[in-house]
Write a protein that binds this ligand. Structure first.
Ligand code: PSU
Ligand code: MN
Length: 337
């Protein structure tokens, strides 16, 4: 029956892909290379607000079973806040927009046995029919192709400390410079160089806006504040939607980074995290970890050093981002009508 079900599903995907390529969405994209869940294709057809969600956070960002629980809770938080969740991943080589619960559970279970898929990996993973968790960069690419304007995650990749010698700069930043999706996050983890990350985003022409009062600092993921001033501040999800709408109308062809400070009650002290991060970075160097393995390694170290607190904060802030992204997406849909 497994085969029969997957046969049925492929048929369904084919049907949906066909109907989407028959003119509902922009003809620029080869929509037939995407597979949609029923919930997402229905939302796209009816113009409902959608929120894209990434999946590297599931496969490489958190351990099982917390990753599975988080992913399902985040989807429900989006629904409760009035939008439709579209978790994006590569399943058996298919770029999938909206996972069925069984697919999500499978991805959470295999965890890091799935590939970490950024822009450069998409062709390889799909041609080899592998499973992959999509990073912010590749989730943005697939969300844009699907016609989804708003995307929620925890933290984005950035410029690593010491990048002046290692050149380790996340492809997420380049993607923000060229793909038209609003990415809602809790700022940038201070495992990265926040200052250089903001400079790089400026060079890429990416608007960076913090949801908060004038003169807010750019948040540092676990902590609500950093020593860097946010380039822009907006007081409400509606104002953010107005900004996204304007960026669409100006046809700038770049993304927007929306930072939402972690809720007060679950944020961790900047100084404590700073010392844990320095310790983790030292271990990273000692163990010769490099490239795409650095971020998952550091996240694992912080989990141990904070006795799991980093994980619960991480889950809480993703939920908070998802709810805000749903409000932004709803408001944007109203504006576009
Ligand atoms: N930062 C986090 N948690 C994460 C990631 C980043 O706090 O799970 C993941 C995201 O999927 C992000 C990716 O897109 O790591 C960036 O990886 P890299 O630095 O290798 O580009
Ligand atoms: Mn990197």
């Amino acid at each position: 029956t497994g085969h029969f079900r997957s046969f049925l599903k492929q048929g369904l995907h084919y049907g949906i892909s066909r109907s989407l390529s028959l003119g509902i969405r922009s003809p620029r994209f080869n929509i037939s290379s995407l597979a949609f869940s029923k919930e997402v294709s229905n939302a796209l057809k009816n113009g409902l607000p959608l929120v894209a969600l990434e999946s590297t956070i599931i496969t490489h960002g958190m351990p099982f079973p917390e990753n599975q629980r988080m992913a399902l809770e985040v989807e429900n938080a989006v629904r409760k806040s009035g939008a439709v969740p579209a978790t994006i991943a590569v399943i058996d080589g298919k770029c999938t927009i909206g996972l069925e619960e069984s697919e999500l559970q499978r991805l959470a279970k295999i965890g890091p046995l799935a590939r970490k898929v950024s822009r450069r990996d998409l062709g390889y993973i799909t041609s080899q029919k592998l499973n992959g968790g999509t990073t912010v960069a590749s989730t943005m690419i697939l969300a844009e192709k699907a016609g989804i304007d708003v995307f929620a995650t925890g933290g984005i990749g950035g410029v690593h400390r010491g990048a002046e010698t290692t050149m380790d700069i996340s492809a997420d930043l380049i993607e923000l410079g060229r793909t038209r999706v609003g990415v809602v996050c809790a700022g940038v983890k201070s495992i990265l160089d926040i200052g250089k990350t903001l400079e790089f985003l400026e060079t890429q022409g990416v608007p960076v806006v913090t949801l908060g009062p004038e003169n807010s600092s750019f948040p540092a993921f676990f902590s609500r504040e950093s020593s860097f001033k946010s380039p822009m501040c907006l007081g409400s999800p509606e104002d953010v939607a107005a900004l996204l709408h304007q960026n669409i109308k100006l046809n700038l062809q770049c993304g927007t980074l929306v930072a939402v400070p972690t809720p007060e009650e679950c944020s961790l002290s900047y100084e404590t995290m700073e010392s844990f991060i320095n310790l983790s970075l030292k271990r990273c160097e000692e163990q010769g970890i490099h490239g795409k393995d650095i971020t998952p390694f550091l996240l694992g170290q912080l989990f141990h050093l904070t006795k799991g607190k980093s994980l619960s904060t991480n889950i809480d802030l993703v939920l908070n981002n998802a709810r805000n992204a749903a409000s932004i997406s709803s408001s944007l849909v109203t504006r576009k009508q």
